[in-house]
Design a protein around this ligand. Structure first.
Ligand code: ADP
Length: 533
């Protein structure tokens, strides 16, 4: 027997309708590269998005056509998210820092018809234009270019239009993974998955957003759907503060001026900010109540520092394929009974799944064997849920196994209380004498040393042990830590046989377009490394 409730399609446009209706005057602030600011609100975003749907229809956009963006964080980019999807299109956010061959592959694979871009990426656009035959229209978010300016493009339209109608299972957004192996793969979100994800994100145990929140997303809008913040922010009616400049000094200044209460970014962004505050002799902004951090492991020292300042830390795990939120630093029932040090230790784990996300680990050498949640046994992490990928864009086969689970490529331990602990990427684990060494744990231990700014461990072929870890370290400015000192320090934290025999000190580590350490590039650099002993 069917139930008696209404059909109310979970379409992304219901989020912006809600925000404009219930939180219409809540501000959206953009800080631009030239230091100026623009202030609008949720009602303004909706109005401009509707004008953009009219402009796209004038281009002859048909449902399912891809509309791409190559842009940083600002309100026009936000307008274009709702405008592209509201017109029935599929929004495709592109990471401007990808290499030319990747940009070529992604745009042609997606068959984008329209591209909206920031002036700061004009050179990329000029260079790539001949390789992007499917793009018919170029629109610039800033003025001062031969390409049409976004404001001029939507100016003739009055916003007196409706959103495209359709099914809640229609595709609405396309994000490509950075493609650490092979070509980048497109993850195609649907309206329903996006709305369900947004409803989960605003919950207290996840992002904890409401109408009082002033959220500054540092995570770029081109990275993993900006962690869903443009959708969740609308559902909650939060104020959003955007900066088109990703600079620690600018961001710290905005924290104070806009009284930002919550912010989200990868650990390198947060460590850049803390370093800036330290150099300037300033405290953590007093308005900040919540730090959302994920994308790679949040160092324990950083967690402790924020928690000592009375800030709630949410350590997130997820991936483009999971929309991206999988787990968060959701506090357990006994949280208040834990000693401070234990709370920090729990928060250093990757957190517990939100409702809608199921996790399990299977044996690395036998995927049919589901491992116990005992906090000890590491295995291949698998996930399923309504906002988890089933099939990559234009792929011929499903990305999930016959039983519906998606293999994340992460190696993890699940604790009895549901806390996830990532120990590695399947391809980054170091196998020494038949036993596994977690590169992640070595790195976490190393960055706990006061003289270490950044560290990465990779497996190097070893004649006797198959592989041994090589630790590659960037010292903090003016720090003099050397190999014997760091090895002794690590010996006090990890098993003796895990301690790297050799440590390489470098000026900088290679990073991916999303700010993560690129193990692939690092492995290339050290491919011919010879052990001294
Ligand atoms: P990419 O960086 O490849 O573009 P994602 O941003 O989707 O793709 O990265 C997802 C991966 O990032 C996860 O599979 C995991 O390895 C890593 N990751 C995400 N969050 C965390 C975290 N909190 N701790 C450690 N690793 C994480």
């Amino acid at each position: 027997m069917l139930g008696g409730m209404q059909d109310w399609s979970l379409r992304v446009t219901t989020l912006i309708d809600h925000a404009a209706r219930e939180h219409g005057t809540r501000e959206i602030v953009s800080h631009w590269c030239n230091g100026t600011e623009t202030r609008t609100n949720w009602a303004g975003i909706r109005h401009d998005a509707l004008r953009m749907t009219q402009a796209l229809r004038a281009f002859g956009l048909t449902p399912g056509d891809r509309v791409a963006t190559l842009a940083m964080n600002h309100h026009r980019h936000l307008v274009s998210w709702y405008g592209a999807i509201g017109a029935g299109g599929i929004l495709h956010t592109i990471n401007p820092r990808l290499f030319d061959d990747q940009l070529d592959y992604i745009v042609n694979h997606a068959q984008d018809r329209v591209l909206l871009f920031d002036l700061q990426w004009a050179a990329v656009v000029e260079r790539m234009k001949p390789r992007w035959p499917t793009i018919e229209h170029y629109i610039c978010f800033d003025s001062g270019l031969p390409a049409q300016h976004f404001e001029d493009w939507i100016a003739p339209h009055d916003g007196n239009a409706g959103w495209a109608d359709g099914d809640e299972r229609d595709a609405c957004m396309l994000c490509y993974t950075s493609g650490t192996t092979g070509n980048p793969k497109g993850v195609l979100y649907e309206h329903r998955s996006t709305v369900l994800h947004a409803m989960t994100c605003i919950m207290p145990a996840v992002f904890g957003l409401d109408a009082r929140t002033v959220m500054m997303p540092i995570v770029p809008m081109f990275h993993a759907a900006s962690w869903g913040l443009p959708w969740a922010g609308a559902a909650a009616g939060s104020k959003l503060v955007y900066s088109a400049v990703n600079d620690a000094a600018v961001l710290c200044d905005l924290f104070d001026r806009e009284q930002v209460t919550a912010s989200a970014g990868v650990p390198t962004a947060w460590s850049g900010m803390l370093q800036h505050l330290d150099l300037a002799g300033k405290p953590i902004p007093a308005s900040l109540r919540q730090v959302l951090c994920g994308g790679s492991a949040m160092p324990r020292s950083m967690i402790e520092r924020f928690m000592r300042a009375g800030i709630r830390v949410a350590h997130l795990w997820g991936m483009t394929e999971t929309s991206p939120v999988g787990t968060t630093g959701a506090q357990s029932a006994d949280w208040d009974d834990l000693a401070f040090e234990d709370q920090v230790a729990v928060m250093a784990l990757q957190g517990r799944p939100a409702y809608g996300v199921e996790l399990r680990c299977v044996a690395l050498d036998d995927p049919a064997l589901v491992l116990p949640r005992d906090g000890k046994t590491a295995g291949a992490l698998q996930v399923r849920g309504p906002w988890v990928i089933k099939r990559y864009f234009r792929a011929e086969r499903d990305a999930v196994g016959a039983d519906g689970w998606f293999d994340t490529g992460d190696v993890a331990v699940i604790h009895p209380d549901g806390n996830l602990q990532l120990t590695d990427r399947t391809k980054d684990v170091i196998k020494s004498g038949g036993e596994w060494i977690s590169s992640v744990e070595l790195e976490n231990a190393a960055v706990g040393h006061p003289g270490v700014a950044e560290a990465a461990a990779i497996g190097i072929h070893h004649p006797k042990w198959e592989e041994r870890p090589l630790l590659v370290v960037v010292r903090k400015p003016d720090a003099a830590v050397d190999e014997p000192e760091l090895r002794a320090y690590l010996g006090g934290i990890v098993a003796k046989w895990w301690v790297p025999d050799e440590i390489a000190f470098v000026d900088a580590l290679p990073h991916t377009g999303t700010g993560k350490i690129s193990k692939k590039d690092l492995r290339d650099t050290f491919r011919d490394y010879r052990w001294r002993a």
